[in-house]
Write a protein that binds this ligand. Structure first.
Ligand code: ZN
Ligand code: ZN
Length: 99
């Protein structure tokens, strides 16, 4: 075990990122890890048979209606938010409503 230099929590030797404060040993600072956020679904592209990449969560009451959704958007109008998954190979997009 080693110790986080920032919050002095114990860290696994194999980890370079503190689980407690997100301090990165490599970058020597506390990092934001929101960009590595994972979706809670494991979905494969039916065409490519590879995992879809989680592309984020979208809320309707933030920023109004995104233009490119068009009529499709109305399907989700009663939902709080939905999750967007994209196939990195063919670009197929899947939407899932989230609770
Ligand atoms: Zn720490
Ligand atoms: Zn695909």
């Amino acid at each position: 075990m080693k110790e986080c230099p920032n919050c002095h929590e114990e860290m696994e030797d194999s980890y370079d990122l503190c689980w407690n404060c997100n301090y990165s040993i490599i970058e020597k600072k506390v990092v934001k890890i929101t960009e590595t956020e994972e979706g809670d679904r494991d979905i494969n592209c039916i065409r490519c048979n590879i995992s879809l990449k989680y592309a984020g969560k979208y809320k309707f009451h933030e920023g109004g209606t995104p233009g490119f959704f068009g009529n499709f958007f109305e399907l989700f109008v009663n939902r709080e938010s939905f999750e967007l998954y994209v196939c990195p190979r063919c670009g197929k997009v899947e939407f899932y409503t989230s609770v």
